[in-house]
Ligand binder design. Structure first.
Ligand code: NAP
Length: 314
């Protein structure tokens, strides 16, 4: 275990900074060794102003719940050796931009967003910086204010998006691994992001439109009417985007295997709908629509799902 205030494998001895103190951010902060992590506050915190730490109850996947207290990153001391970005996809570009002033040009930045598009936007905006993406199947939620639950145990893959990120990959994986969560290096993170995108594109919008848990879509006429065309479109866009050809029947099997495995779960998009919050549709089916148009692939089913979600949540 790392000594407090130090992070194994990363240069410098500051604390890992987490930008986005929501479910994902609090999950990682709950597992990373005490004293090695800070949250980036929404507004500047100085010793004289503001609250200096965020406390919450954390229910790990196993074992008793604990109270976690994570200090806020002080503007005066900020020089984190690693920035973990756990904002929603739609907030990510702006959130990174407004925090880069204290992040050294050679500090790795790891993006944890679901879907696709915002990671590429960050990498394209700062191509010289070491930008990495993480694809995770860990699941966390906040059933009540001040309480974060590690609801589903999974794995995390991290890989480089920019050239200079490659040399940081091993240290980043080591540092994230001090959490005790399972973390792997993935040279081809783009493909890993696609693996997750397939599942999200096939489950999330249906559950939000039908307002049902994941497993219930499988017998719903609306899902059954559209799933084959949806998988066809995904297969064609994926092939153009990654050069990997996955038969649409395999895509459907993957979607349905996860929908069965997580049958009683509420997807993040359904949860966003229930709470009236913006969804990540633009980075899931909406991304497939944009890439489809760029690649000359017709994507009417992805477009229909995107439109339906936007009608529900303007
Ligand atoms: N939760 C999961 O199980 C899970 C699993 C896999 C992937 N993911 C992905 O991880 C990402 C985060 O998901 P989440 O569930 O953690 O969402 P979340 O609970 O909504 O957390 C996002 C956090 O980011 C904060 N934030 C937004 N803009 C900010 C800014 N400019 N400066 C500082 N903080 C800012 C938000 O603050 P406010 O609340 O004040 O807006 C919120 O606390 C999403 O892309 C999601 O798809 C989540």
């Amino acid at each position: 275990m790392a000594a407090p205030g130090r992070n194994q494998g990363l240069s410098g001895n500051g604390t890992i900074a987490i930008l986005g103190a929501g479910s994902m951010g609090q999950l990682w902060a709950g597992y990373l060794p005490t004293g090695t992590v800070t949250f980036v506050p929404r507004r500047e915190v100085t010793p004289e102003t503001g609250k200096s730490a965020l406390s919450y109850t954390f229910q790990p996947f196993e074992g008793p719940e604990v109270v976690v207290t994570v200090p806020y990153l002080l503007a005066t001391e900020a020089r984190p050796p690693l920035l973990m970005v756990t904002t929603k996809a739609g907030d990510t570009l702006d959130a990174v931009e407004s925090n880069l002033h204290y992040v050294s040009p050679d500090t790795p930045i790891v993006l944890f967003q679901n879907g696709m598009g915002c990671q590429q936007a960050v990498a394209e905006r700062w191509p010289q910086r070491p930008i990495l993406a993480a694809s995770t199947t860990e699941g966390a939620n906040r059933p009540t204010p001040g309480c974060t639950v590690h609801a589903g145990k999974g794995e995390t893959w991290v890989g480089p998006l920019t050239g200079s990120a490659t040399t940081h990959l091993r240290q980043v994986v080591t540092a994230l691994g001090t959490s005790g969560l399972t973390v792997h290096a993935a040279q081809d993170i783009h493909r890993r992001l696609w693996d997750k995108l397939i599942i999200n594109a096939g489950i999330n919008a249906f559950t939000a439109i039908l307002d049902c848990p994941n497993g219930d879509i499988l017998t719903d006429p609306f899902y059954l009417e559209h799933i084959d065309e949806l998988c066809d479109e995904i297969a064609k866009v994926m092939k153009g985007d990654t050069e990997e050809a996955l038969p649409s029947i395999t895509i459907r099997e993957r979607i349905e295997m996860i929908a069965r495995k997580t049958a009683r779960n509420t997807s993040s998009m359904r949860s966003d709908r229930q709470r009236g919050r913006p969804t990540e549709i633009d980075f899931i089916n909406g991304y497939i629509v944009r890439r489809g148009h760029e690649l000359g692939v017709d994507v009417p089913t992805n477009q229909m799902l995107t439109n339906r979600i936007k009608q529900l949540l303007p």
